[in-house]
Ligand binder design. Structure first.
Ligand SMILES: [Zn+2]
Length: 168
């Protein structure tokens, strides 16, 4: 089981961390080098690919929620633009190359790994629908938007709702 662990040692100098009140909140603080270690949500990008009234989902091959269906998604890399993350993750997980069509929304989501993530949802128009399940995905399939399987992430459900709402 993966879960969030706060830093115990300073990532800058290696000394044990303490907590103290900084800017109104109890934050991690290094008594040795004086740095405050801010804990922030991690950005994730999720992708909607539509085929008429159907939406592309992957069956997750990695935790969290391994074995469950969800949108193709992944963490932003340092130095990467969110639109680039969307296209990269889509191609890695489904083999589909595409171009970003629109921003569907930005949502907060609890995470067992990072405690909180910020999920940025894009609609991507595929260049061709040639599917090849890849990294982190056991299966890839289209589902009717009004008959979806159990999707464990509320942010993904919201993003799908936005994608089909905006097309009406
Ligand atoms: Zn330190």
């Amino acid at each position: 089981m993966i879960r969030y662990y706060p830093y115990r040692y300073c990532p800058f100098c290696g000394s044990p961390l303490k907590r103290k009140k900084v800017e109104g909140k109890f934050r991690l603080f290094c008594p040795s080098c004086g740095r405050v270690i801010y804990e922030n949500p991690v950005p994730v990008v999720a992708v909607v690919v539509r085929n008429g009234e159907r939406v592309l989902l992957i069956r997750r091959g990695i935790p969290p929620q391994r074995g469950k269906w969800a949108l193709p998604s992944g963490y932003m890399d340092l130095g990467e633009e969110p639109e680039k993350t969307a296209l990269r993750e889509l191609e890695e997980e489904t083999g589909i190359r595409g171009r970003v069509k629109s921003l569907l929304g930005v949502f907060s989501q609890k995470s067992p790994v990072y405690r909180q993530v910020v999920v940025i949802g894009y609609e991507v128009e595929p260049l061709e629908l040639k599917i090849r399940p890849g990294d982190d995905a056991d299966e890839v399939a289209f589902f009717d938007a009004d008959r979806l399987p159990d999707i464990p992430f509320s942010s993904h459900r919201e993003i799908i709702r936005k994608a089909f709402e905006s097309s009406e």
